[in-house]
Design a protein around this ligand. Structure first.
Ligand SMILES: CC(C)(COP(=O)(O)OP(=O)(O)OC[C@H]1O[C@@H](n2cnc3c(N)ncnc32)[C@H](O)[C@@H]1OP(=O)(O)O)[C@@H](O)C(=O)NCCC(=O)NCCS
Length: 180
């Protein structure tokens, strides 16, 4: 089933193969990959990422909802986000997002993440949704706090970045706390 989630200003839609070009417009920008284990990416890596997301969208059951974030008014691709079902039995999921830096500071990541939470707690019936971010990634931690997610603590050395191991701050929200 093809997913389309509609917000006031952004739409979350399924990826199409040609989206690799828009992904590659941000995956080489140091400010975008600074806190990520990937980057700078080659065109091949951007293509492989999009192919992987599309392949995952066809899996049965589907556990990865990797969606393109586009502006509702123009259809312009501004970033990517994902809801991952981590555990069906205990109804647990995880969200993530990335935006081209040209589009930072307009509340788009917050809007996209809200759509993912509504989708996770609504049609997917999840009980708990978590997210992690680099302790210095204040833009992302502010997004998570604005969503009503609660800080749970710092996980030590979870990812190897270009300059060494990084810790991850863990946030979560439960279905009973979620107010659309
Ligand atoms: C983290 C990231 C996705 C944030 O994206 P963003 O779209 O700029 O985030 P938002 O716009 O929702 O929030 C940022 C600011 O916009 C402001 N803003 C402007 N208009 C807004 C609106 N209409 N509604 C909400 N916020 C708005 C917010 O006040 C916020 O500023 P503040 O945090 O100082 O209060 C982006 O910085 C990014 O892609 N970083 C690189 C990848 C990354 O780190 N991903 C997260 C991995 S954990």
């Amino acid at each position: 089933m093809s997913i389309l989630l509609t917000g006031d200003r952004v739409l979350l839609r399924e990826f199409v193969p040609d989206d690799w070009r828009a992904v590659h417009a941000y995956d080489t920008l140091p400010e975008v990959y600074r806190f990520q284990p990937w980057g700078p990416n080659t065109p091949e890596k951007a293509r492989a990422y999009v192919d992987t997301v599309i392949a995952a969208s066809r899996a049965e059951p589907r556990d990865r909802y990797g969606l393109a974030i586009v502006l509702k008014a123009t259809g312009v691709f501004i970033g990517a986000c994902e809801l991952k079902i981590k555990d069906r039995r205990f109804r647990a999921g995880e969200i993530g997002y990335v935006l081209h830096s040209r589009h930072w500071g307009h509340g788009y990541a917050t809007e996209a993440a809200r759509l993912l939470l509504a989708f996770g707690f609504g049609p997917q019936g999840l009980h708990r949704i978590q997210a992690t971010c680099h302790p210095q990634n204040t833009a992302s931690s502010r997004v998570l706090q604005r969503l009503g997610m609660q800080y749970e603590g710092r996980m030590r050395e979870t990812m190897l970045l270009r300059d060494g191991w990084r810790d991850s701050d863990l946030y979560s929200i439960l279905d009973a706390e979620w107010a659309p």
